[in-house]
Write a protein that binds this ligand. Structure first.
Ligand SMILES: Nc1nc2c(c(=O)[nH]1)N[C@H]1C(S)=C(S)[C@@H](COP(=O)(O)OP(=O)(O)OC[C@H]3O[C@@H](n4cnc5c(=O)[nH]c(N)nc54)[C@H](O)[C@@H]3O)O[C@H]1N2
Ligand SMILES: Nc1nc2c(c(=O)[nH]1)N[C@H]1C(S)=C(S)[C@@H](COP(=O)(O)OP(=O)(O)OC[C@H]3O[C@@H](n4cnc5c(=O)[nH]c(N)nc54)[C@H](O)[C@@H]3O)O[C@H]1N2
Ligand SMILES: [Mo]
Length: 759
């Protein structure tokens, strides 16, 4: 196959490869953090800013949703949190002069990395119909433009309101309130592409779509299974929790097609011992084939059922429903088929079983490796079956732990950002505000793209995020966006979504987490909810990147007043002046937020109620925790094909690229790499260092191609491959989604490798 990189990316993408690492963090991480932070912020701002991250009087790290421990270190952040902060607190600026110098057509040729590196947006910008570049616009005119386009719609359902997961509770509550008073439930969010499968599976089986463990449960567990998650890169502070659990005697099984460095060994940069030597984390590594997890858990369940005294009979009798049907399905499992589906050996599974049986308190943690498959919901239901069998839900040291992504993605959902809201929530809104919210379900991400593509939606509004790059089937999504009448992005940084526009487009620049937010009643703070349901305050201290920025709550309030006019029943002006007045309303509408303002004033915040965790009560349709018995599925691979997962490097935050290295995996200076098992690569004639196109094959017969990837021979499971997102989103078919949750199946894309044409 070709051995020279074809010219496909304007960024100098020429990957260099060394052996993967076997430990995460430690001294190199600290050096790397400070280098990236100082390039963006300078030395003084770096020190001042990083010391405020995740402190009780500081701001919530805009990185991941991992919770803060009660006893915080002076520096309660991690390498990748620091990069997220630096990216926002950067001193670089994207001004009107920048837009004057760069027509949209030019920006559209730039890589996501280049766009992000330009810095913070400073002014509202407008791309008029037929215009070739964005021009400055004042806020009033910007809201007029949006109001004009919304007024021209045949129905409010022709507008789509997307949310990414950094939006605060206050802004999210106002945003959904606006959409619903306008008359639509079209509130897709990044969750639709992320943990929707977890929410779907958990709501049905335990009655609430959130994890059931707190940080202290991890510290108390006997066994922690980490499946389909790479915490060393994506939730680095989780490694401290795992380290503590191990010190207390826990054992860890990691289930992953890749040997991820962070799970092998962790050198805690916050302890002198950890800095140099580090702790081994994983006791058993199950190198599973992509998509084999449901089969693995089903077999473990069968083996538990067959072991005398292993089932918690009392719990099953008193608290669950559907056991018999599930047990029958589990008993029917076939060893050979499980070995095929998982690629594991009998000895490995038996060793896992011994660890499972030896544990009185088991937690299963997971992330995108389980949620982004066709059978993701069924897989997570099987994880629930596994925990229910031994009574591992609703007691200390045990439970389900879906590890969330964006820092407030869970809170946004709690605030009502959901295209399929519960009737009780809508009734509460109606009672509080006196308008009738629409009952009909709205569009999720995939349905929103179809609606735009088919001309059924005409206004696209995004509260944060980078919809075009994050969504599947890039070419389809981009064509869909271009059909819109108006695209609007409330953003902190420039990204690709600003360059793929409707007939008219607006960029509305906003404050970030790190920045001071002053409104009519004085300085404000906002609140967020972490992955474990703890709600706490976040208060920025830095001067805003520009004096033309509005906060997200202020943008929604002004937009709502302009669009809804005198007819509105909501006191938008009061909300904009004083965020405490928003929290008072949240307290009256959303269960668990009683006395919100008082309780959030306490350092560290408060925990939302969680019936299964707190009282072993399961608010499901049956009133019990539900066992389920879905047929076992796993991806079948045609001859000569690979199953590609699209994942994150160490130097990115979703579509925001911090740098071109993936240190733990031994990749430097480039992102267009495909990791392939050496034996598969040899069978396919793909030499290490050669260049291939990735061609995805899907039943619609359309050939989707991502050109010019350097082959890296890498110890992934047989039949599997891995490459970075968002470069590979072009390969993920829009219709290839998970059953029930409709989440794009971006971890199981069937591809063939084709020699790249070099030029
Ligand atoms: N620094 C940083 N932090 C982040 C993010 C970021 O981009 N950068 N993103 C945030 C967001 S929004 C999210 S959702 C999370 C994402 O956190 P992760 O889910 O950890 O992110 P991915 O890189 O998608 O990694 C998926 C992991 O699952 C494994 N995997 C893939 N397929 C399978 C499978 O079939 N079975 C099993 N068992 N494993 C599989 C992969 O090898 C990989 O280790 O991180 C959040 N935190
Ligand atoms: N192939 C593939 N596709 C995937 C995934 C995958 O694993 N594989 N993962 C999916 C997942 S888990 C997720 S969560 C989505 C992520 O999808 P998104 O959440 O839409 O994408 P991000 O890259 O996180 O968005 C980055 C942009 O957010 C804006 N931003 C940052 N901070 C703020 C803020 O405070 N306020 C506002 N208003 N804007 C801000 C900046 O302009 C920045 O450019 O991608 C999904 N897509
Ligand atoms: Mo996510």
């Amino acid at each position: 196959m070709a051995s020279k990189p074809p010219k496909v990316d304007p960024v100098q993408d020429s990957p260099q490869v060394t052996a993967p690492k076997h430990a995460a963090a430690g001294l190199p991480a600290i050096g790397h953090t400070l280098r990236i932070a100082q390039q963006q912020m300078g030395v003084r701002r770096t020190a001042l800013t990083l010391l405020r991250v995740n402190q009780k009087d500081g701001f919530d790290c805009p990185g991941c949703a991992w919770p803060e421990p009660d006893h915080r270190h002076k520096a309660e952040f991690c390498e990748n949190g620091a990069k997220a902060v630096a990216e926002e607190a950067t001193l670089r600026r994207v001004t009107p002069e920048f837009f004057a110098a760069h027509p949209v057509a030019d920006l559209a040729t730039r890589s996501g990395y280049w766009l992000g590196q330009q810095g913070r947006l400073t002014h509202p910008m407008y791309l008029p119909e037929g215009g070739d570049r964005y021009e400055p616009v004042d806020w009033e005119r910007a809201f007029d433009i949006i109001a004009e386009e919304i007024a021209a719609l045949g129905s409010p359902d022709e507008a789509v309101f997307y949310t990414s997961g950094r939006t605060s509770n206050e802004a999210a509550f106002l945003y959904q309130l606006f959409a619903r008073e306008l008359g639509t439930n079209n509130l897709p969010d990044c969750s639709n592409m992320c943990h929707e499968s977890s929410g779907s599976a958990l709501s049905e089986t335990i009655g609430i779509g959130k994890g059931s463990v707190l940080l202290e449960d991890l510290h108390k567990a006997d066994l922690i299974i980490v499946a389909g998650q790479n915490p060393g890169t994506n939730h680095p502070r989780m490694l401290s929790a795992l380290e503590k659990a191990k010190a207390n005697g826990a054992r860890i099984i990691s289930v992953n097609p890749l040997p991820e460095a962070g799970l092998e060994r962790f050198k805690n940069p916050q302890t002198p011992h950890g800095m140099f030597k580090g702790a081994a984390l994983t006791d058993l590594f199950l190198q599973i084939r992509i998509g084999g997890d449901q089969a693995l858990f089903r077999l473990l369940n069968k083996l538990v059922l067959e072991t005398e005294g292993a089932v918690d009979e009392e719990f099953v009798r008193d608290h669950t429903h559907g056991f018999e049907e599930f047990a029958e399905a589990a008993r029917a499992v076939d060893w050979d088929e499980t070995l095929t589906a998982t690629g594991l050996t009998r000895a490995e599974i038996e060793q896992a079983l011994r660890m499972v049986l030896a544990s009185e308190r088991t937690i299963v943690c997971w992330a995108m490796g389980l949620t982004q498959h066709k059978h993701a919901v069924a897989t997570i239901r099987e994880v629930v079956n596994f925990l229910l069998l031994r009574g591992n839900i609703g007691r200390p040291g045990a439970g389900v732990c879906p590890v969330r992504g964006h820092s407030n993605v869970q809170g946004d959902r709690t605030m009502g950002i959901f295209e399929r809201p519960a009737p009780a929530f809508l009734e509460a809104l109606e009672k509080e505000f006196g308008f009738v919210p629409p009952r009909e379900h709205g569009y999720d991400v995939v349905r929103a793209i179809r609606a735009l593509r088919d001309g059924e939606a005409k206004v696209f509004f995004a509260m944060g995020g980078n919809f075009v790059s994050a969504s599947p089937d890039t070419e389809v999504t981009e064509a869909a966006m271009r059909r819109a009448r108006l695209t609007v992005h409330v953003s902190t940084k420039l990204n690709r979504s600003h360059t793929v526009t409707g007939a008219r487009a607006l960029i509305l620049p906003t404050l970030g987490r790190t920045e001071r937010d002053v409104q009519g009643s004085g300085e404000q703070f906002v609140t967020v909810e972490d992955s474990m349901g703890i709600v706490h305050a976040s208060r920025g201290r830095l001067e805003p990147a520009s004096r033309h920025l509005l906060s997200e709550p202020a943008i929604v309030c002004r937009l709502a007043r302009r669009v809804l006019g005198d007819g509105t029943k909501v006191p938008w002006e009061e909300f904009e002046q004083d965020y405490a007045s928003i929290r008072d309303r949240i307290a009256r509408v959303i269960p668990g937020f009683e006395d919100f303002n008082t309780r959030v004033a306490r350092p560290g915040g408060f925990a939302l109620p969680h019936a299964p965790r707190d009282e072993r009560r399961f608010p499901t349709a049956t009133g019990k925790a539900n066992f389920t018995a879905a047929p076992v599925e796993y991806p079948r691979l045609p001859e000569g094909r690979l199953l590609l997962q699209t994942l994150r490097s160490h130097d990115q935050y979703n579509t925001t690229i911090y740098g071109l290295d993936d240190r733990y995996r031994g990749i430097a200076n480039g992102r267009r790499v495909v990791l392939v098992n050496p034996e598969d690569a040899r069978a396919l004639g793909a030499a290490d260092g050669s260049y291939v196109d990735l061609v995805s094959e899907w039943k619609d017969g359309v050939e989707r191609r991502a050109p010019g990837f350097r082959v890296v021979h890498y110890p992934t499971a047989r039949g599997c491959a891995a490459a970075y997102y968002p470069e590979t989103n072009v390969l993920v078919p829009l219709d290839a989604t998970a059953d029930t949750s409709n989440t794009p199946a971006s971890k199981s894309v069937v591809v063939r490798l084709e020699q790249s044409a070099t030029d």
